[in-house]
Write a protein that binds this ligand. Structure first.
Ligand SMILES: NC(=O)c1ccc[n+]([C@@H]2O[C@H](COP(=O)([O-])OP(=O)(O)OC[C@H]3O[C@@H](n4cnc5c(N)ncnc54)[C@H](OP(=O)(O)O)[C@@H]3O)[C@@H](O)[C@H]2O)c1
Length: 264
């Protein structure tokens, strides 16, 4: 059996994942495995290149689905050129605004599934391979009223950069993508009714430009990719100011300062 060069994109049915699919189809790959939840949206993705795109509707927070994917990778002769981990979601509210199941499920997807996908794919990746993990500008500092989401992204950023060092001898590059707000479904899915939560989305950008820069940076072997002046400035400022100060700026920007003070 000939070895197939493949790219795997999670979160491929929407937002930046869909943009990565379009970019990957321009690369020298024999197949693209697109993973998402919504079957209709995945059908649209399949239409972009019926011959090369294979779609998998599966919930990556279910460990049995990760086992299914692993078994499929083992059973086919594949050289994974790109693994792009985009599946993720946020909830914008205080710690009590969502139930315990949703809180933990966010970690299961944003962190555990992302790590698992890398561990599943790495044995089938060779020199020149790439892992691209979606972190966020939210990884630069703790963010009250989206405390779990921002913490999952801090994990992804640190994990990816450390993994990249470990992968040097193998010749695989891992890149953490840290954009600011992007115009995708994530925001509408994240808003939870209630008094407190993220409601201001400054300097929002479209996901296509973020994806393009991410691929360019990955090819330059960068371990972090930050699109746009606003996100870049936030990155620098977060390195200089104490985290307490950064949280204060965030609360003011989101007009949550008075809410926070009332409680303390
Ligand atoms: N939008 C932003 O402002 C922003 C900023 C920084 C970083 N990010 C990160 O970018 C990544 C992509 O988000 P996006 O903005 O493109 O949002 P999006 O349009 O909502 O896309 C999220 C993707 O994740 C998939 N997904 C959700 N739950 C899943 C599950 N349990 N199992 C498998 N797939 C699942 C969705 O599938 P279905 O559509 O089929 O449900 C969708 O394809 C996320 O990791 C997010 O944290 C987003």
């Amino acid at each position: 059996m000939d070895t197939k060069k493949i790219a795997i994109v999670t979160g491929a049915s929407s937002g930046i994942g869909k943009e990565f699919v379009a970019l990957m189809l321009k690369e020298e790959i024999d197949e693209l495995w697109a993973i998402g939840l919504n079957e209709d949206r995945l059908k649209e993705v399949k239409e972009t290149d019926k011959d090369r795109v294979r779609v998998f509707a599966m919930d990556l927070t279910q460990r049995k689905n990760l086992d299914i994917l692993e078994a499929l990778i083992i059973s086919e002769s594949v050289d994974i050129k790109w693994l792009i981990n985009c599946a993720g979601y946020a909830k914008f509210c205080d710690y009590g605004g969502i139930d315990r199941y949703t809180s933990i499920n966010m970690i299961d997807l944003n962190v555990s599934a992302l790590v698992a996908m890398g561990l599943i794919c790495l044995p089938y990746m060779q020199k020149g391979g790439h892992i691209v993990n979606m972190a966020s500008q939210a990884s630069f500092q703790p963010l009250p009223y989206q405390n779990i989401y921002s913490s999952t992204k801090a994990f992804v950023r640190n994990y990816t950069r450390a993994l990249n060092v470990e992968l040097k001898s193998k010749g695989v590059v891992a890149t953490a993508v840290c954009p600011g707000w992007m115009q995708t479904r994530l925001i509408e899915r994240a808003i939870v009714k209630g008094e407190k939560g993220t409601r201001v989305f400054p300097h929002i950008v479209y996901p296509d430009v973020v994806a393009k820069k991410a691929i360019k940076d990955a090819k330059k072997s960068k371990d972090i990719s930050i699109y746009g002046l606003y996100a870049k400035l936030s990155h620098i400022v977060a390195k200089i100011l104490p985290q307490k100060c950064m949280m204060g700026i965030w609360l003011r920007q989101q007009r949550l300062k008075s809410v926070s003070n009332d409680k303390n």
